[in-house]
Design a protein around this ligand. Structure first.
Ligand SMILES: *[C@@H]1O[C@H](CO)[C@@H](O)[C@H](O)[C@H]1NC(C)=O
Ligand SMILES: *[C@@H]1O[C@H](CO)[C@@H](O)[C@H](O)[C@H]1NC(C)=O
Ligand SMILES: *[C@@H]1O[C@H](CO)[C@@H](O)[C@H](O)[C@H]1NC(C)=O
Length: 338
C-alpha cells in the first residue's frame, strides 16, 4: 500500500531536521540580531556583511546606546583591574565591582573578567555600528592583526581597526607610537530580543575548545537564543578570538563568569564537528599523497626507461641521469648475478 511508504521528499525533510537538531522552539525564534564574524585572518577584505567592521545598529526601535558586557582574559601586561580598565576604556571601579574583586587586584591566569561597557550606535565613514570606543598606542612590532587578536583578544577586528584607527590607510602604514581609535564589538538588544525578556548582550570572547552549547549553558541561556542572536547555522562552528553575542535577562552571574567555562570533557574538546573535519582532512591528505606518489612512481619509471635506453645505447649519461643510470646498471648486474 502507498500509505506504508514514506515519500522520499519526507525522508529528505526528516534527514534535514535530524541533521539540524530540530527547529528552535517558538519562544526562541527571536529575529536574528547580528551576523557572526569569523574572518579574523583576512584583513585585506572588510567582510562588512559578516560584521567584521562592527555589529550593525538596528534601525527602528532598538536603543542608540545601552549597557553591555564584554569578556576579557587577564594576561600580562593587562593582568590587573587598572590596566584592563585602561586598555578597554572601562571604568576601573565598575570593573572591580562587576567581578567582585578589589580595585587593586591582580587577576590570576585562567579567569574570565566581565567588563561593563557602554555600547553606542556610532556613525563612521563605513556605516553606523554599535561599539564601545577605546584607544591604544601602537608599540614597536605591533600589527593590526596582533593588536586585534592578541592585545584585544578579538574584542576588535583588524578590519575595524583599519577603517577607524587608520582611517582606511594601508595595514602596513601602522607606526609605533601611533594613537589608534579602537572600536570594541558590542551590541544592544533588538526589539525582538527585548520583547523576549533579554536586557543585555554579552560580547563573549570565544576560547579554544568552546562550543555554543557550553558557552550558553555557562551563562544560563538557552542555546537557541544564542544561535539566533548570532545568525548561526548548523553545525554552529565557532572560532577562538571571535565574539559571540549572548543575550541575558539580567547582569551575568559573576561567580560563574569569574572562571573559564569547563572543557566539554575528554575526547570531545574541540567541538562536535571538528572530529569530522579532521577525518575529512585525513582522507583528503591520503588521496593527495596517493595521487602524488602515483605520479612520482610513473615519473621514476619513465626516467628509468630513459636511463636503460642510455645504458643500452652506450651513450654517456647526462649529469642529472648519472645516479639513475648507475642504479639501473647495478640492478641489472644483480639480476645477472642471481
Ligand atoms: C597593573 O599592571 C600594570 C602593567 O602591568 C603595572 O604597571 C601596574 O603597576 C599594575 N598596578 C597594580 C595596582 O598592580
Ligand atoms: C556595511 O554594511 C552596512 C549595513 O548593511 C552599510 O550601511 C554600510 O554602508 C556598509 N559599509 C561598507 C563599507 O560597505
Ligand atoms: C551564581 O552562580 C553560583 C554558582 O553557579 C550559584 O551558586 C549562585 O546561586 C548564582 N547566583 C545567582 C544570583 O544566580
Amino acid at each position: 500500500m502507498a500509505d506504508d511508504l514514506i515519500p522520499p521528499s519526507s525522508m529528505f525533510f526528516l534527514l534535514i531536521v535530524l541533521i539540524s537538531g530540530g527547529f528552535p522552539p517558538p519562544q526562541f525564534q527571536v529575529r536574528a540580531q547580528q551576523p557572526y564574524g569569523k574572518e579574523i585572518d583576512d584583513c585585506t577584505n572588510n567582510h562588512n556583511s559578516s560584521s567584521m567592521l562592527g555589529y550593525f545598529c538596528n534601525t527602528g526601535s532598538s536603543p542608540s546606546s545601552c549597557q553591555s558586557f564584554l569578556t576579557f582574559t587577564p594576561s600580562s601586561p593587562y593582568a590587573n583591574v587598572s590596566s584592563i580598565a585602561a586598555l578597554l576604556g572601562a571604568d576601573a571601579a565598575s570593573l572591580a565591582a562587576a567581578n567582585n574583586v578589589e580595585l587593586d587586584a591582580t587577576l590570576g591566569k585562567g579567569t574570565t573578567m566581565l567588563v561593563p561597557a557602554t555600547c553606542g550606535c556610532t556613525a563612521t565613514a563605513e556605516g553606523t555600528f554599535y561599539q564601545h570606543d577605546a584607544t591604544y598606542v601602537a608599540r614597536p612590532g605591533d600589527t593590526l592583526q596582533s593588536i586585534a587578536t592578541r592585545t584585544f583578544q578579538g574584542l576588535t577586528t583588524c578590519q575595524a581597526l583599519q577603517a577607524q584607527g587608520l582611517h582606511g590607510a594601508p595595514l602596513e602604514s601602522l607606526a609605533a607610537g601611533e594613537r589608534l581609535a579602537v572600536p570594541l564589538r558590542c551590541a544592544c538588544p533588538s526589539a525582538a530580543q527585548a520583547a523576549a525578556g533579554f536586557r543585555f548582550l554579552v560580547s563573549y570572547l570565544v576560547a579554544e575548545y568552546d562550543q555554543v552549547s557550553s558557552v550558553a549553558a555557562w551563562l544560563g541561556v538557552h542555546v537557541d537564543a544564542v544561535t539566533a542572536a548570532n545568525e548561526l547555522r548548523p553545525p554552529y562552528t565557532i572560532y577562538p578570538s571571535t565574539t559571540l553575542l549572548i543575550p541575558v535577562d539580567d547582569q551575568p552571574n559573576v561567580s560563574r563568569i569569574i572562571q573559564a567555562p569547563p572543557p566539554s570533557g575528554p575526547g570531545k574538546k574541540r567541538g562536535d564537528h571538528v572530529g569530522v573535519y579532521i577525518g575529512v582532512a585525513v582522507a583528503a591528505a591520503v588521496a593527495v599523497a596517493a595521487i602524488a606518489s602515483g605520479g612520482a612512481f610513473l615519473a621514476l619509471k619513465a626516467r628509468r626507461k630513459r636511463a636503460a635506453a642510455v645504458l643500452a645505447a652506450g651513450e654517456l649519461p647526462k649529469k642529472h641521469e648519472k645516479g639513475l643510470v648507475s642504479f639501473v646498471a647495478a640492478r641489472r648486474h644483480r639480476k645477472i648475478g642471481q
